[in-house]
Unconditional design. Structure first.
Length: 232
């Protein structure tokens, strides 16, 4: 597939528009780490977006010997579809709604506010479970790598970027194994660089299609990885 990418987007042309290219999230993270290594000496903090982004970020941080942390962000899901979202909430309270999508849905204001409230509670619980009492790192003068297991609409990642900018992150690199071309283009304008080995286009896109083995990452698995890396 021939794609003209923004100057700050880096992919692997051999993997464009292909499915089942990664064994699992760990292998996807190792692929990303290899791509990032080509840019020379790396320093900074790798932030995984729970829960699916944590194994990917863990693999990157381990291979590149970088500091590891989590940026808790969660999408606000539809009442009838836990996989589809109409907005997202971040660890610092940053909230953004997908107004374009909401205009196409029949959600009442009460349903929208209920969804926001449930998501705020979910984010708060995840912050307590995954970060505990650890202070948020000082992000001034350092590179921040924001990692998830894929970008469909890219809305969750967008809110993560906004929250990290508010936390004084000045140099942000998004690193994701797979992403839709439209989301890649939109997010690339908001960060210093975006690394995505498997870029796909088309009307239908599912993050899971990039993986040979796919399962949801539960809270216990994410906590185990976070604890292990933080204590190393």
């Amino acid at each position: 597939m021939k794609i003209s990418l923004p100057h700050n987007v880096f992919d692997l042309p051999d993997l464009r528009d292909r499915q089942n290219v990664f064994d699992d999230r760990i292998r996807a993270g190792e692929c990303l780490a290899g791509m990032l290594e080509t840019h020379g000496k790396l320093d900074g903090t790798v932030f995984g977006i729970p829960a699916g982004g944590v194994p990917v970020a863990a693999a990157i941080a381990s291979r590149l010997k970088l500091a590891f942390d989590v940026a808790v962000v969660s999408k606000i899901t539809l009442p009838w579809d836990a996989e589809a979202g109409y907005g997202a909430v971040a660890f610092d309270g940053t909230l953004r709604l997908n107004d374009l999508l909401l205009g196409q849905l029949s959600l009442s204001e009460v349903q929208i506010q209920e969804g926001i409230g449930k998501t705020r509670a979910k984010v708060s619980n995840r912050v307590k479970n995954l970060r505990g009492a650890r202070p948020f790192p000082d992000l001034k003068q350092q590179t921040v790598f924001v990692v998830d297991d894929g970008l469909a609409s890219g809305f969750t990642m967008q809110v993560a970027i906004e929250a990290l900018r508010k936390a004084d992150a000045q140099h942000i690199i998004v690193a994701v194994p797979t992403g839709h071309e439209n989301a890649i283009r939109r997010l690339s304008a908001q960060v210093e660089a975006l690394c995505c080995p498997n870029i796909r286009g088309g009307r239908y896109f599912a993050v899971a299609d990039a993986y040979r083995r796919w399962a949801d990452v539960d809270e216990k698995e994410a906590f185990k990885l976070v604890t292990q890396l933080i204590n190393d």
